[in-house]
Design a protein around this ligand. Structure first.
Ligand SMILES: Nc1nc2c(ncn2[C@@H]2O[C@H](COP(=O)(O)OP(=O)(O)OP(=O)(O)O)[C@@H](O)[C@H]2O)c(=O)[nH]1
Ligand SMILES: [Mg+2]
Length: 243
């Protein structure tokens, strides 16, 4: 069983070295699967790619895809395709590089997949999950209400987190049936809602794992109000056009 973690990076030089070390030295040995990490770097000017390359010299389960900066969804699609066609992965994981997604949840996610789940959602809003206490009140309200709005509009009350960036997806019969290039808003964070919606049309075999979403460890956030606005537009388009 091969699980590929797809990790997009843009200017994450302060995080990526630690992340590679924690994953390969501490987390992957605890998981009963062939674990690979695919870093999808958009030619970060801070040298993120160079750090990955240095580590690749001694690690054949670490991969780097570099390209021009087209946005988060495009980076993920490049990573998914590599995992599906080059690594023949059984599952892929979407995960951030800034330690907001605690790598220790990977063990539970892999376990749920092994037990038959097609889709494992790291959920900040399921009972027991949380968003960072350090976030401003403004950002907390946007996150909570935006998520509730999307759930309500799309009638997906059984799923508690519509925009989480931490998810495992089975390849066979699920991810390989989705037209990845046709997803909406691939240049934005909002592709996540469309991908979630399309994945849920293919399977009901879904497990939500409550996660504590930590504050970003280092470097700057790439999230902004435009991401939010486009997410609303994707939600409305899915509601009224279904695609
Ligand atoms: N390759 C690539 N990676 C990106 C791009 N935008 C963001 N990322 C990465 O995607 C992940 C999520 O971005 P963040 O800036 O952490 O967004 P966020 O978690 O919503 O915001 P914070 O809570 O403030 O960190 C990080 O690993 C980023 O480096 C992009 O355009 N291209
Ligand atoms: Mg982040």
């Amino acid at each position: 069983m091969l699980i590929a973690i797809i990790m997009p990076t843009y200017n994450e030089a302060a995080n990526i070295g630690d992340m590679i070390r924690v994953l390969f030295d501490e987390i992957f040995p605890l998981i009963d699967a062939d674990m690979h990490l695919v870093v999808v770097d958009d030619n970060s000017p801070d040298g993120t790619g160079k750090i990955v390359m240095k580590n690749m010299a001694t690690n054949d389960r670490l991969h780097l895809l570099q390209g021009e900066k087209k946005g988060l969804g495009y980076a993920y699609v490049r990573g998914f395709k590599f995992a599906i066609h080059k690594l023949c992965a059984d599952a892929v994981v979407e995960m951030d590089a800034d330690f907001q997604h605690d790598p220790s949840y990977l063990k539970d996610m892999a376990e749920a997949f092994k037990n038959g789940a097609d889709y494992v959602i790291g959920s900040r809003f399921a009972g027991g999950g949380s968003i960072p206490r350090e976030w401003s009140r403004h950002r907390k309200i946007i996150s909570i209400l935006g998520n509730r709005f999307a759930r309500w509009v799309l009638g997906l009350s059984s799923i508690h987190d519509m925009t989480t960036g931490f998810r495992l997806t089975r390849v066979k019969g699920v991810l390989d049936r989705i037209d990845l290039d046709g997803l909406m808003a691939l240049d934005r964070f909002a592709y996540k809602v469309d991908l979630l919606y399309k994945t849920l049309q293919l399977t009901e075999n879904v497990v939500e794992i409550p996660i504590h979403f930590a504050p970003r460890r280092m470097e700057k956030s790439k999230f902004n109000l435009m991401e939010l606005l486009i997410t609303y537009m994707v939600v409305m388009r899915l509601r009224f056009f279904g695609k």
